[in-house]
Design a protein around this ligand. Sequence first.
Ligand code: AMP
Length: 485
Amino acid sequence: MTNIVPEINIPEGASATAAPQASITFADFGLDPLIQKAVSEQGYTTPTPIQAQAIPHVLAGSDLMGAAQTGTGKTAAFVLPIIQKILRHASSSASPARHPIRALVLTPTRELAVQVSENAANYSRHTDLRAAVVYGGVDMKEQVAILRNGVEILIATPGRLLDHIGSKVANLSQVEILVLDEADRMLDMGFLPDLQRIINLIPAQRQTLLFSATFSPEIKKLAQSYLRTPVTVEVARQNAAADTVKQVVHMVSSADKQQAIVKVLEARTRQGLSRQCIIFTNSRLGCARLSRALERDGIKAGAIHGDKSQGERTLTLDAFKSGAIEALVATDVAARGLDIPDMPLVINHELPYNAEDFIHRIGRTGRAGNKGDAIALVDASEKRLLDDIERLMKRKLDVQPLPDIEVSSNRAPSNRATSNRTPSSRTSSVKDSPGKASDPFFYMPYEPSVAPQSATNSSNPEEKKVGIVSAKPAIGALLGGFKKK
Ligand code: AMP
């Protein structure tokens, strides 16, 4: 089978959202009918901007740097052409020798790895290609069995992959295409040495694709080292949030934020809007405590953060996806890779210290062209963080009063504050509760997006840093692989 280089115009400067490109169809890419069938079954009619731009280049064999965030459809942008390119190797033979690793996708976190592998399994479902995922934090045995059986498309977190390479279970000598997904995050998490070791084991005659939310100097250096005259495609305007997200800031003192969330959700109920939301906190302890506090307020909440076991995370995410939980309280480890396409609301319980994390957080809503709301609850002491975020996004955020909120006013009001600060019996009990103002819940050290020193020293940093795992094929994910058909 030859690779098809479609003769279509590659649009320049596409928009920042995953809204499909009306002028191009998937048929224009000349993908094999087996792939097209799988794409139609996903319900995709037209490619998103990153797909329209990247797929022809990948099919043509170019190295590629893609500036695109999760939520833009970037996974299919590389998975579909990869399947097309390695389809000629598809074999129905049971012999493992006929199923060497042809494409390797490296991701920073296990949840992203699982999601990419779900995509790969879905899009290749009508072919004889096999897709599997390996990541740290779970037993190696099942992964070893899957790798020994043979797999053409392997999605992996770097540390665990090196473990499998070390025990001679994974062999990269026949890899033709390498993808570095969320490369900026991998560098943030201290994976550079692992990446270098892995890339050195892959034949030089390969195609390399690098996806990153931003092109920092470090990312450019990585690309210079490992990519050959890459084509650059950029659909997510750098550091811009999706146009489909309506962003609002409510100035609320830290002590009143929990009640503010209750009020926001009550207001949504009154407006007939979904109460499903993801609420971001800066610390693991704060995350757990907020979740419990919301539960006490009658909100079905669940916490997801790095201290939760794999099984707990899967259960919580399952419950969230089924609607049994309406508020998923999460730390930043959950900010990337979590694929809930129709998430209607993201609430920032506090602003992240790293302004880029804010963009990743609100990127959980307004995905794939859907509309979403992002609410930031901002204490006057967080004004500097708000300024940083606005500078990064190159726009002022809309400050609005809380809906029908009654909050205490014991905090120094911000000069931006416009919230309605009527005292109430409920909030005065918050105000009066001893020690509340110094509650560590509100002042916990930030759970950093940069890996702690210990993680960098580990061969498995992802075991320490990962947050959640997509729950769709929970069993397959936990086993670390996907059985075809
Ligand atoms: P990603 O950025 O790869 O995580 O994709 C974000 C979401 O967009 C996922 O839920 C995909 O299933 C969805 N998606 C990807 N491509 C398309 C498309 N062409 N049309 C509609 N939805 C898509």
